[in-house]
Ligand binder design. Structure first.
Ligand SMILES: Cc1cc2nc3c(=O)[nH]c(=O)nc-3n(C[C@H](O)[C@H](O)[C@H](O)COP(=O)(O)OP(=O)(O)OC[C@H]3O[C@@H](n4cnc5c(N)ncnc54)[C@H](O)[C@@H]3O)c2cc1C
Length: 430
């Protein structure tokens, strides 16, 4: 199956929705494609329909704007290859049959979001240990947390909303362990006081997770248990103690999803896609918006999505007029990085037998002594499993300073038949 569109947007989180609605409103023929069952991305995961009574005004207005814009929406489709210039290939394997589609575009907007960063520590692969945002997403999807004793740990602004939402869904969140120190958090709060909206949001989440102990300067040493998690060993650098739990949600902030951008040859800097003043990447006619261009939260995703949508519709001056607002979010993103920078102690949690690459069962010990990511990959199969280095790549970067440099199609595991007969981009480039 193949299709043509003027503007193709990959990723239907807030950034992709804003880009698609904006470009379509400006008269472009737009196709918005996402691998989830409905538009919304990570933060609005459960928002399958536009509800007039939706208490979240921003979500309601954004989804309504998409609905009335005329953009076509392809949900359940995942882009895994770029077989030719100006064309992407996607798969839908959510039903009994597998479908693939090639979509040709004039302009492309990459709004592929971010994922959590995981750091290996003893026991982190036990059943019952999840990413913090991942646990929340599972719970929103129907996984019951009711009555379960939960510890949320790691770092970043996501921990408090996750704890608050898990409590709302009936979980007994006993502790939120944030590795950033009290001093770092105090400096971040001072900065936030210049953006009262964000400070109030943080305080609301803090209040909603009330009943849980919020511990700055505290991090997990080990998940305890044999067949499943039974507790977590925590430390504040002075003391160590164990807390019983049935679930541990643990994530160390977010990393941008840049694999598709890299496959297309877009330049990246500090693991984020580089964009100019109107969200154009280093590749002509390819724009990027939201978290793949830097971790800066919902409002930034909506703004940069709007800018990318305007630019893709040829409204460059209008897009550029929004640059000063974007710069405000860029300052916020820098502060986020400083406030939630990883403390060195986190990089020495893994024991020799701690798994680092969980797809291929590669231990910390097995990875020691290699020059770089490619060398380790060739010798140990680290990063060669189904996640294609999405989990162990950022972990080995933190632990060993390796950059996962090579990206090849397919970006996700797909059946051989889905690769098609046509040459893939990498073989054309060779
Ligand atoms: C697990 C997780 C949970 C989060 N929960 C919260 C929360 O509760 N509250 C909060 O304030 N912030 C949360 N965030 C942060 C939030 O995602 C951002 O602040 C912001 O909303 C990002 O918007 P976005 O459009 O850039 O990306 P996203 O919302 O991440 O949207 C990107 C979309 O692109 C899709 N996609 C990626 N690659 C492909 C591909 N190859 N083919 C097809 N589709 C693709 C993804 O599935 C996703 O739907 C969460 C982040 C993560 C990673």
């Amino acid at each position: 199956m193949s299709l043509d569109t003027q503007v193709l947007v990959v990723g239907a989180g807030p950034a992709g929705i804003a880009a698609a609605a904006t470009a379509a409103t400006h008269g472009r023929q737009v196709l918005l494609l996402d691998d989830n069952l409905a538009p919304g991305g990570q933060i609005w995961r459960e928002a399958t329909t536009v509800q007039q009574e939706d208490p979240d005004d921003v979500r309601r207005k954004t989804l309504l704007a998409l609905r009335v814009s005329g953009a076509r929406i392809f949900s359940g489709w995942r882009v895994f290859d770029a077989p030719r210039n100006g064309s992407l290939r996607a798969i839908n394997d959510s039903g009994p049959e597998i479908h693939t589609i090639d979509i040709s575009y004039e302009q492309l907007v990459l709004a592929t979001g971010a994922r959590e960063r995981f750091l290996p520590f003893p026991g982190w692969t036990l059943p019952g240990v999840f990413g913090a945002g991942g646990l929340e997403a599972l719970a929103r999807g129907g996984f019951s947390v009711t009555g379960k004793r939960i510890v949320v740990a790691g770092t970043g602004p996501l921990l408090l909303p996750v704890a608050a939402h898990l409590r709302q869904m009936g979980g007994r969140v006993t502790t939120v362990a944030e590795q950033a120190s009290r001093g770092q958090l105090a400096r971040f709060s001072t900065f936030l006081s210049r953006q009262p909206g964000k400070l109030i949001e943080g305080l609301q989440y803090r209040a909603a997770s009330g009943g849980s102990k919020y511990r700055p300067g505290c991090w997990p040493l080990a998940a305890l248990g044999t067949d499943k998690i039974e507790g977590v060993r925590l430390t504040d650098g002075q003391r160590r103690w164990e807390e019983p739990c049935e679930l541990l949600g643990c994530g160390f902030h977010l990393v941008p999803n840049t694999e598709l951008a890299s496959l297309l040859g877009c330049a990246t800097r500090e693991n984020a896609i580089e964009v100019d003043d109107v969200q154009q990447t280093s590749v002509s006619n390819v724009f990027a918006a939201g978290e793949p261009t830097g971790i800066a939260g919902l409002e930034s995703a909506l703004l940069t999505g709007t800018m990318a949508g305007l630019a893709a519709a040829g409204k460059l001056e209008e897009a550029k007029a929004l640059l000063p607002r974007r710069q405000k979010f860029e300052r916020f993103a820098e502060r986020l990085k400083t406030a939630f920078a990883l403390r060195p102690e986190l990089l020495s949690l893994a024991e020799p037998d701690t798994i680092v690459c969980r797809c291929e069962d590669v231990t910390f010990e097995a990875l020691k002594g290699y020059e770089d990511w490619n060398d380790a990959k060739r010798q140990t199969r680290c990063g060669m499993g189904p996640c294609q280095g999405r989990v162990c790549g950022p972990a080995t970067e933190a632990l060993f300073g390796w950059r996962a440099s090579s990206v090849r199609p397919p970006l996700y595991p797909v059946p051989l038949s889905a690769m098609g007969a046509g040459p893939s981009r990498s073989s054309l480039d060779e």
